[in-house]
Design a protein around this ligand. Structure first.
Ligand code: MLT
Length: 409
């Protein structure tokens, strides 16, 4: 009889956001007359901007006639999009990234989840805690995480706590990890690292031969000057980091699916004989084998985001959500609730009032206010006693949610 990958059985039965969705659905069925304000999963509510919609229509028409039809595209993404990315996301910020260092994909979730394919199973992993669950769960699936301990930590993973006590700035690792996941602006806390703080991580990685997997999915929300948009703004990062980007939160592509990953040529890891091997080559090989490229139509839509109109429209949408973030942050703080994030991020991370547990607060907020958020503990043990709200709803719903939270007993 065939055997399964036992590592999957070590995982909690359901993924965090599926569990939240299940509980919301139960509440909805039991309370058909009530309207839930959804501020849980980071899904957007604003429609795709006109520049991208027009590009989608044009690209669909391209597919309708033989001369403009596109079948399989390059696994790495079309040059028309990779060139725009290199130019506008990087060169314009003083960062040189070659187009063959950019790999377009169906999103940052897939790429951050799949990147482990090119790393040794013996690599030791460190994560900030709380953390986007994909980093941990995919390492559990691969067999790098060890076993789940009673404190909620996996024995094979080093957790770097981020709490009010350390201002949500993780200490450098003590366990000499090979691979470190950093997400900035952070999901779930919405906090950031300044340029000098991120430099400490790059210096650490270079000194210790570690790889930083840098998730910059929320970079479009940065408003402060001293917060780097890319880890490649930091000298030396090309030798120790891979960066992940997403069009989901920037341009509402959560449903369309498109993102990209940057793997610089200078970045090498050691093979079993101790010889350096370019990760760019390995990721390229992995993508060519397991991925046939993001669809032509979607990549045309992504390209349109870089046009002057597209950039203006994206900025408008981001601004819309950021106004919600301020409303949330100010509303919570005026009620005496400690909260962070919301300045360079669409996420607001709050300390649950009265020392309530995260799931307890989830239930209270849902049952008393009909507001749905995400329990902090779902993102890791250091998230216990915290709660995440997103700014991705409408102004009206956000204002209503703040008012309901303020009236919470
Ligand atoms: C979140 O809510 O943390 C995000 O939507 C998850 C994701 O982007 O996959």
């Amino acid at each position: 009889m065939f055997k399964i990958n036992d590592n999957f059985c070590k995982l909690p039965a359901s993924y965090l956001f599926s569990e939240v969705a299940k509980r919301l659905e139960r509440f909805r069925l039991e309370n058909p007359d009530k309207t839930i304000i959804r501020m849980g999963i980071g899904d957007v509510t604003r429609p795709i901007c006109p520049a991208a919609i027009e590009a989608l229509h044009r690209a669909v028409d391209d597919q309708a006639s033989a001369p403009s039809f596109h079948g399989y595209g390059p696994e790495q993404g079309y040059a028309f999009l990779r060139e725009r990315i290199a130019e506008i996301d990087f060169k314009a910020r003083g960062v040189e990234i070659a187009t063959d260092e950019i790999f377009v994909s169906d999103g940052a979730k897939s790429d951050t989840g799949n990147i482990g394919d090119i790393l040794a199973l013996t690599d030791k992993v460190a994560v900030t805690d709380p953390v986007y669950p994909v980093y941990v769960d995919t390492n559990v699936m691969a067999g790098r995480a060890g076993t789940l301990q009673p404190d909620g930590c996996w024995s094979g993973i080093e957790y770097l706590p981020c709490t009010l006590a350390n201002g949500f700035v993780p200490a450098l690792p003590k366990g000499n990890p090979d691979v470190i996941y950093l997400c900035y602006p952070n999901n779930p806390t919405g906090t950031t690292l300044t340029r000098s703080q991120l430099k400490e991580w790059v210096d650490y990685a270079l000194a210790h031969g570690a790889l930083i997997l840098f998730d910059a999915a929320y970079e479009a929300y940065i408003t402060e000057d001293d917060v780097p948009h890319s880890i490649f703004e930091i000298p030396g990062a090309r030798r120790c980091a891979i960066e992940f980007r997403s069009f989901s939160k920037t341009a509402g592509f959560t449903g369309l699916r498109c993102g990209y990953t940057v793997v610089p040529h200078e970045l090498t890891g050691l093979d079993a004989e101790g010889r350096p091997v370019e990760l760019n080559r390995l990721w390229n090989r992995r993508q060519c084998t397991k991925f046939n490229g993001a669809s032509y139509v979607i990549q045309r839509a992504a390209e349109a985001l870089y046009s002057p109109e597209g950039r203006r429209q994206v900025a408008e949408t981001v601004g819309y959500y950021m106004r919600n973030a301020s409303l949330l942050l100010d509303g919570l703080r005026s009620r005496g609730i400690e909260a962070v994030g919301g300045v360079n991020s669409p996420y607001v991370w709050l300390k649950t009032p009265g020392g309530m547990g995260s799931w307890e607060f989830f239930d209270k907020l849902l049952h008393e206010c009909c507001v749905a958020g995400t329990p902090g503990v779902g993102f890791g043990p250091s998230g216990e006693g915290y709660f995440r709200l997103t700014a991705f709803n409408t102004h009206q719903a956000t204002l209503e949610a703040v008012e309901r939270i303020n009236n919470l007993k």
